[in-house]
Ligand binder design. Structure first.
Ligand code: SF4
Ligand code: SF4
Length: 207
C-alpha cells in the first residue's frame, strides 16, 4: 500500500488556479487511509465550493493508478470534460497516470510518503523506501532505509535516548532491528559490514 496523507487545504487552494474542478478519489490505498475515498472526496468538494470553486463532478475510481480505459472514465463522468483542472486524491502514481491521459492540468491533493501496508485493519507506514536493492532480510525484516531516520545500514548512530530516535518522534529503528535479529538468532548479521546501496538500482530513473 502506498502511504499518503492529505495536503493542508490552504496549500491545495493555492495550487488550484482554475475555477472549474473535477475531483477524483482512489478506492484502494487512499480510501483505506481515509485520505481519498468517498467521504474525503465529498468533504473536499464542500470545502472547495465554500472557497468559491465550481465542482463539475466527482468520482472515486477503483484504483487511480490502474485505469483500464480512460474513455470509460470519461463516458461515466461527463463533468471531467467540463472542468479546467482535475484534483486527484490518490498517491503520486495515480496523479501521474491520470495526467498522462487527461490532457489538462492535474493537481495532487495528497502527499505520497512511503510504501506501507495493512495488518489486522491497522495501516502501517514507512515499511519500504523503494530503494531498488532490497536487503531487508539482513535486518530481520525491518528496513533501515526507511525506518532509521538517517537510513543507516550498519548499526545505530548512538543518538537514541531511551529507545527514541534523536531526529524525530519515531522509536530507534536499530533498537528494533537488534531485538528482532536476537529473536531470530541472527545477531551475526550486525557484525558483518554491509556494502552501501547500489544507487544504479535506485527507483529514481533519469530520463
Ligand atoms: S531494502 Fe530497499 S527495497 Fe527493501 S524494504 Fe528497504 S527500501 Fe524497500
Ligand atoms: S536514533 Fe536510531 S533511528 Fe534515529 S537516526 Fe539514530 S540509529 Fe537511526
Amino acid at each position: 500500500m502506498i502511504i499518503s496523507r492529505q495536503k493542508e487545504f490552504n496549500n491545495i487552494l493555492q495550487m488550484l488556479g482554475e475555477i472549474d474542478i473535477f475531483i477524483i478519489g482512489c478506492g484502494k490505498c487512499a480510501k483505506k487511509q481515509r485520505a481519498g475515498g468517498e467521504p474525503e472526496v465529498l468533504e473536499m468538494k464542500k470545502k472547495l465550493e465554500d472557497a468559491g470553486k465550481n465542482i463539475t463532478g466527482w468520482t472515486v475510481l477503483s484504483s487511480a493508478c490502474s485505469i483500464t480505459s480512460w474513455a470509460d472514465v470519461l463516458s461515466q463522468n461527463p463533468g471531467i470534460n467540463k472542468a479546467d483542472a482535475l484534483l486527484v486524491m490518490s498517491c503520486g502514481g495515480g496523479v501521474s497516470v491520470i495526467s498522462g491521459f487527461a490532457g489538462k492540468q492535474v493537481y495532487p491533493a495528497l502527499d505520497t510518503e512511503s510504501l506501507g501496508g495493512v495488518c489486522c485493519n491497522e495501516v502501517v507506514t514507512e515499511q519500504c523506501g523503494m530503494c531498488g536493492d532490497c536487503t531487508i532480510w539482513l535486518y530481520g525484516g525491518i528496513c533501515p532505509v526507511i525506518r532509521c531516520a538517517k537510513s543507516l545500514l550498519n548499526g545505530p548512530c548512538g543518538g537514541a535516548v531511551q529507545g527514541k530516535c534523536e531526529v524525530d518522534e519515531r522509536l530507534c529503528a536499530w533498537d528494533k532491528i537488534f531485538e528482532r535479529l536476537k529473536e531470530l538468532g541472527k545477531l551475526e548479521n550486525i557484525e558483518n559490514i554491509h556494502e552501501p546501496k547500489d544507487h544504479l538500482k535506485t527507483r529514481v530513473k533519469k530520463a
